[in-house]
Design a protein around this ligand. Structure first.
Ligand code: AP5
Length: 212
């Protein structure tokens, strides 16, 4: 199964990706996580680091080559879930081409809908455990004592606003691209994480959406 999760920053893509990947036993491929990992390892080019921290999007070719390499790995043979990729039409077209090379195609694109004021609130209070990658929220899902918490540089209020603006500009074209292909499913992302998961599952288990 090949699933794509789209949605604005803070919509819960990472949170839902972890739950869905455990359920379907497929790897989560998050360009954001891969870039943050490169940042930690000191291998991310300085110009990309500056773009990320300020809330902008990296050039298409930089993320496409990451996805090309990652999806060729053996654990992706029976499917995967993309989280945060594609974000632009050129990225979506490149994805179609690289999947076609292997005779594969996307089963469903799930768009998580959350209103902007709630997104801001989720991002500003997000913390991630550096060791496990587990995502927490200081109010809705508080971290346990002893967690080694990280506050993402791009979760500062000014970077959050820039990321939300970049998403709105980007989706103007990306969502119709998938709508035309009849792959796009809108899912209400407001509510408890488990409630949102149930909504996603009801979409991907429907005949014709790839989950059967
Ligand atoms: P990326 O890491 O992909 O960030 P993002 O898209 O901005 O998404 P987030 O990780 O911020 O949010 P999320 O939707 O995963 O929400 P989460 O589950 O954490 O990208 C980072 C940067 O990398 C980009 O800005 C760009 O620079 C670069 N990049 C990455 N991919 C790229 C690409 N394809 N092209 C170009 N550049 C790229 O949840 C958020 C918070 O809400 C958490 O605290 C969580 O606990 C809480 N929460 C989640 N669900 C719920 C719920 N149902 N109820 C209450 N709280 C909830």
């Amino acid at each position: 199964m090949i699933l794509v999760l789209v949605g604005p920053p803070g919509a819960g893509k990472g949170t839902q990706a972890k739950l869905l990947c455990a359920r379907f036993n497929i790897p989560q491929i998050s360009t954001g996580d891969m870039l943050r990992e490169a940042k930690r390892a000191g291998t991310l080019e300085k110009r990309y680091l500056d773009i990320m921290d300020s809330g902008g999007l990296l050039p298409d070719e930089a993320v496409i080559s990451l996805i090309d390499r990652r999806t060729a790995e053996p654990d992706c043979a029976s499917g995967f879930l993309l989280d945060g990729f594609p974000r632009t039409v050129p990225q979506a077209e490149a994805l179609d081409q690289l999947l076609a090379r292997g005779g594969k195609r996307i089963d469903a694109v799930l768009q998580l809908d959350v209103p902007r004021p709630l997104l801001e609130e989720r991002l500003i209070h997000r913390r991630t455990d550096k060791r496990s990658g587990q995502i927490y929220h200081l109010v809705y899902n508080p971290p346990p004592p002893g967690a080694e918490l990280e506050h993402r540089a791009d979760d500062r209020p000014e970077a959050v606003a820039r990321r939300l603006d970049a998403y709105e500009a980007m989706t103007a074209a990306l969502l119709p691209f998938y709508e035309e292909k009849k792959l796009l499913h809108r899912v209400d992302g407001v509510g408890k994480p488990e409630e949102v998961t149930q909504r996603v599952l009801s979409v991907v288990s429907r005949p014709g959406s790839g989950g059967e």
